[in-house]
Design a binder for this molecule. Sequence first.
Ligand SMILES: NC(=O)c1ccc[n+]([C@@H]2O[C@H](COP(=O)([O-])OP(=O)(O)OC[C@H]3O[C@@H](n4cnc5c(N)ncnc54)[C@H](O)[C@@H]3O)[C@@H](O)[C@H]2O)c1
Length: 430
Amino acid sequence: MQRILEEKIRNRQAKVGIVGLGYVGLPLAVEFAKAGFEVTGIDLSEEKVAKVNAGKSYIADIPEGILKPLVDSGKLSATRDFSVISKLDTINICVPTPLRKTKDPDMSYIVSACQEIAKHFHKGMLVILESTTYPGTTDEVVLPMLESATLLVGRDFFLCFSPERVDPGNPVYQTVNIPKVVGGATPACTEVGALFYAQALQKVVPVSSTQVAEMVKLLENTFRMINIGLANEIAMMCARMDINVWEVIEAAATKPFGFMPFYPGPGLGGHCIPIDPFYLSWKTKQAGIEARFIELAGHINGQMPMFVVEKIQNALNEHSKALKGSHIHILGVAYKKNIDDVRESPALDIIQLLERRGAKLTYSDPHVPRIRFDGLELCTDPDAMAKADCVVIVTDHSVFDYKTLVRDAPLIVDTRNALKGFVSKNIVRL
Ligand SMILES: NC(=O)c1ccc[n+]([C@@H]2O[C@H](COP(=O)([O-])OP(=O)(O)OC[C@H]3O[C@@H](n4cnc5c(N)ncnc54)[C@H](O)[C@@H]3O)[C@@H](O)[C@H]2O)c1
């Protein structure tokens, strides 16, 4: 079975399926279609399926000029119908893995995708989970849903975990040139998984098990979350001592070894850094180990939106104004620059905190036309900036587009050092 599937993969005859066509799944589907495979994307969203089939991209990193020719040539299509799986040879699962309110992993998307896959599963398939999750998920949750007396893993089908490391909006590193770690449920599974990725991506890094591959992703994101937490705590200390934290980090970063700069900010955002480390702490709690670094960094990072609100309040106070009734304009609501994603964005927390304190709010973001959350609905309105009592820079991409308007504001709170070098008595930095 292994040799037959490997042969199909080598000669591009293997039919590839990608379940979940979001920020992770669509770029992956495109890379395999570019490599010459026939790729079918499966998603529950009618809108996404229709857009893919019309060659219309909804992910900024995938230009229509790339997507449309792949669709027109029949290399890429999308469907909501899981029965296509009976004709597929490989499946990558790229569905969401959010946290519940209690910070427990929400496995429901993985489970429901696997239930559908199991209905049409057949001998000779390769299944790879890419959704970020706790160590053990592939073997403990996915494997029992697919394996049976007649379908044995490593002999009749192949199962791997491969962490997705995509960084939306990164112009240098994209799906094709980010090394791909892959670990299988058996050595044969790792071999097939590594061969599969090697057809479309530049570098593959095989590891010895699914658990190692799952843990790799959590180490990477936990490393980032904790170091950002450290930078945020240093920023709060510097604020107390009236030291410019940005200057400190810039100077420390000149050390050619043993230091890597991380920067403070208004809080963590996105679908990865604020969430993934809690998958690890949830799992280790079951093994009786408390993930203290994660909990502490989570606590410090969680304080940042309130720290920003206090900065705004103090800055207004210096101008003899109360927060209540003041017009605050939020510049940038995406969770990081050059993207349109507001999931977990600290801008939303800041807006909510300000709104509860009676501020009047407007925002502008060239990538996000509208935000809707917790009963609030706002549309981007760059012109409102000119009338604001205070402009708060939350995402730095917006500053480039509206630089002149920002500099004219009576008061600026800059949480990203986006106006580096701009000297004014009206600017307050983190
Ligand atoms: N976005 C990132 O930057 C990033 C980076 C690395 C890893 N990840 C991880 O990759 C996974 C996917 O993230 P994403 O950002 O692409 O999410 P996303 O929300 O952009 O896309 C997920 C897609 O899955 C679809 N879907 C949900 N349930 C489904 C089901 N049962 N069957 C078929 N389709 C289903 C949704 O309609 C959606 O289109 C998550 O585990 C995430 O943590 C994301």
